[in-house]
Every structure is written in structure tokens, then in C-alpha cells.
Design a protein around this ligand. Structure first.
Ligand code: ZN
Length: 330
């Protein structure tokens, strides 16, 4: 039944197969094969769900495998080790400043905020510098140590999404480049919904294949289990007690940013059809190289000069200087 909704040329390009587990969003057990290698050429099967179009790694890791990975291995393999270098401090502070600008219209005095998967704590640090204290949770103990000891953030603690409880009552939760890493994203969103006050907001950012400028066949990554677009985010929001208020592809980075509101009565959006997305993937299979380090290159600061001009200072002082330069522009 599902297979008949897709034309024969598209089915030849992306064969329909039975997946190793059912879709975490719609429960379908069939998917279109869109990738067999990761960005480094290693075997990694990626499928587009025939039921709802959510793109995922197949098979997905177990919750135990996911937990072990993010308590240490992730930063070793993908972030160049657990030590947070000065260059990383600059890049992540600039990213945090960009995110602060994007959500500044949602901030108000006394707001209760939480950054989930906060890493070494740069986003809570920037918010604190701007006058809005923000808590953070992060599973990696080395990151939590950096946030607490080097950035002075006593409000960052070790923890996982599933450990939040509904008595926390936040006005705003942020989730930057986390949702794509979680093996049960619907469970995570449901927990986050319960930890928000009625009408509270969830602001998230994820990588996406929805940006037509991206060379998507080279995008696949062992740590990115899911690839979202507006349609699948809308569906996930509705199924976890949210309404998708708005979403946009960030012009500088090509990432998908979205604002979800804790809903009294969640909607029930229709399942998106796979054909338009598969057609677009077929037509954009080879494109220009990815735009790397966009945040650095496009920053209004001349980062190289800024970096070179610094005398040795602590990493906290480095981040403070960067914040002072940016926040003073407002
Ligand atoms: Zn699905």
C-alpha cells in the first residue's frame, strides 16, 4: 500500500525495504534506502520512513549503547578529545551568541531556563553574561567539570533528558543539536513537555537535509541518528504535547531552528507523503561542498585577529571578552 504512493523511477533510486526496527515516530516498518555509507565512507544504512518521512539510521542503537556513547566516547571521537581548546571556546561562544540573539525576544526578567545537552556550558554562560541565568544538564562528566570549574557555572549538572521531572516547571528549555542524537526522540520531547510550565517554550536546533544547498549524501554521521525537517518536527511536536510555532533554516549554518509551545490541545497533522522529499533528494544528490565553519567565517568579528591579539588568558576570560564585544553592540 505504502509502496504504491511512490513512482517507479523514485523506487528504483531508493529501494523500499523492511527496516530492522519500527519507526519511533509513526511505527512503520518499511523505509526507502537513501544511504549505505557515512561521511567517512564506512558502512551506515540510512532510510527514509515510508510512513512519515522521518530519516533515520537503521538499525538504531539501544538506549544502553546511546548512554555509554554520550558519557564519554562522543567527544573523544567527534570533538577531538575531552579537553576544551581555546579555539573551541571561541567557536562555541560565537554559536551561543548567535542562539542568544535568535531567542532574545522570548527572554524576560526572572525567566526559568534550562539548556539540555549543554556540553561545556557555553550557551548558559552567554545567557548569564546577558543577565539571564540558565541551568544546564549534560551527560558527559568532563563537560560538566569544565562548565562548573572553568566557566564558573554552578547551575550545570550531570544528567540526561529522561531524568527531568515535571516539578521543574521551566518557562523555556533549549535543545541545541541534541534531538538528532537521541534514540527515542519522542520520549525525550514528552519528558521536556512535562518539565515546562503550561504555555512554556522549547527552542531547538538540529542539522537537516531540508536545505537544498547541502550535499546530503555526504552528510550521514554515526552520531546523528535522525534527520528532521519541518513536517516531521510538526508531527513529533503534536505527538508529544507541543504545537510547532515556527521553524526556519538558518541562513548562516543551514541548520533547522524551531520553536515549540506546550499545547493545551495538541493538533493531529497528517502524515507527510514520501514522494516530494524523495524527488528532491534525487534531484540534489550531488552539490557543492558543505559550508564548514560558517559561524566563524561569517561572524562580524575578525576572529583570527581577535585570537592572535590575545595575551594568554583563562578560557573563561576569553569567553567573557568575546561576550562583552558582542553584547556591547546591542
Ligand atoms: Zn515513521
Amino acid at each position: 500500500m505504502i509502496a504504491l504512493t511512490v513512482s517507479p523511477p523514485i523506487r528504483r533510486a531508493f529501494p523500499l525495504l523492511r527496516s530492522e526496527g519500527s519507526c519511533r515516530l509513526c511505527g512503520a516498518e518499511e523505509g526507502y534506502l537513501i544511504g549505505e555509507r557515512d561521511r567517512k565512507g564506512r558502512p551506515l544504512r540510512t532510510i527514509l520512513c515510508a510512513g512519515c518521512t522521518l530519516i533515520r539510521t537503521d538499525p538504531l542503537p539501544s538506549p544502553d549503547e546511546e548512554r555509554r556513547f554520550y558519557e564519554g566516547l562522543y567527544r573523544e571521537r567527534y570533538k577531538g578529545g575531552s579537553r576544551t581548546r581555546r579555539r573551541h571556546c571561541i567557536r562555541e561562544t560565537l554559536n551561543a551568541l548567535r542562539r542568544h540573539e535568535r531567542l532574545s525576544c522570548l527572554l524576560f526578567p526572572g525567566i526559568r531556563m534550562l539548556d539540555v545537552g549543554c556540553g561545556p556550558g557555553f550557551f548558559p554562560f552567554v545567557l548569564a553574561m546577558a543577565g539571564y541565568p540558565c541551568s544546564g544538564i549534560e551527560p558527559d562528566p568532563a563537560c560538566v567539570r569544565f562548565a562548573r570549574e572553568e566557566l564558573g557555572l554552578s547551575s550545570v549538572r550531570r544528567g540526561r533528558v529522561e531524568e527531568l521531572d515535571e516539578r521543574e516547571a521551566y518557562d523555556l528549555i533549549t535543545l541545541h543539536h541534541v534531538l538528532e542524537h537521541l534514540c527515542d526522540p519522542l520520549l525525550a520531547l514528552t519528558v521536556l513537555r512535562r518539565a515546562l510550565k503550561p504555555g512554556g517554550r522549547l527552542v531547538l536546533e538540529v542539522p537537516t537535509l531540508a536545505d537544498p544547498r547541502k550535499p546530503w549524501p555526504q552528510a550521514f554521521h554515526r552520531a546523528h541518528l535522525f534527520w528532521w525537517d519541518e513536517a516531521t518536527l510538526r508531527l513529533a511536536a503534536a505527538r508529544s504535547g507541543f504545537t510547532l510555532r515556527r521553524s526556519t533554516i538558518e541562513p548562516d549554518t543551514g541548520h533547522l531552528a524551531a520553536e515549540l509551545v506546550a499545547a493545551e490541545v495538541p493538533g493531529s497533522p497528517a502524515l507527510p507523503s514520501p514522494e516530494p522529499l524523495l524527488e528532491r533528494l534525487a534531484s540534489t544528490a550531488s552539490h557543492a561542498p558543505a559550508r564548514k565553519k560558517a559561524a566563524l567565517r561569517r561572524s562580524s568579528l575578525r576572529v583570527g585577529e581577535f585570537f592572535a591579539s590575545l595575551r594568554p588568558v583563562s578560557r573563561r576570560r576569553l569567553c567573557e571578552r568575546l561576550c562583552a564585544l558582542h553584547l556591547a553592540r546591542d
